[in-house]
Design a protein around this ligand. Structure first.
Ligand code: RTP
Ligand code: MG
Length: 138
């Protein structure tokens, strides 16, 4: 148990569908604290760095195309065990496994357009916060 920070990003499909407010509401209601947020266009360079672990996967090109296709809403949230709890609130990657009540389970039916990203470990969270919010947090 520890106070942690995590990086979350509403993907272009979530911004277009106007679910930023609902997503922020879920994290505020759970008791997490917002430390940074910005609506932004993503360069290919940033998208490729963010998803570098998937660079050899067959879907990498499509993933980078998608993340750069429109604005995203990048956020940092802080709280007790926020890294793992945010992943539970987001829901599983595969639509067949994402439960109703989770963000993906409520909003997504495809693996590629799945509304939101969340850091998957402490190391990922630290890397992604530095990549997206270097020195910008309150
Ligand atoms: P994310 O990094 O975006 O939060 O998603 P995740 O941890 O749940 O899933 P990850 O394995 O990190 O995959 C990153 C994103 O790549 C897309 N993907 N497509 N076509 C496919 O089989 C496939 N597998 C993964 C998804 O959009 C996923 O969010
Ligand atoms: Mg991931």
């Amino acid at each position: 148990m520890a106070i942690e920070k995590t990086f979350l990003m509403v993907k272009p499909d979530g911004v277009e569908r106007q679910v930023i407010g609902d997503i922020m509401d879920r994290f505020e209601r759970r008791g997490f604290e917002l430390k940074g947020a910005k609506l932004m266009n993503v360069s290919r360079e940033l998208a490729e760095k963010h998803y570098a672990e998937h660079s050899e996967r067959p879907f990498f090109g499509e993933l980078v195309d998608f993340i750069t296709s429109g604005p995203v809403f990048a956020m940092v949230w802080e709280g007790e065990s926020v890294i793992s709890l945010a992943r539970i609130m987001i829901g599983a990657t595969k639509p067949s496994e994402s439960q109703p009540g989770t963000i993906r389970g409520d909003y997504a039916v495809t693996v590629s357009h799945n509304v939101i990203h969340g850091s998957d470990s402490l190391a990922s969270a630290e890397r992604e916060i530095e990549l997206w919010f270097d020195g910008e947090l309150v």
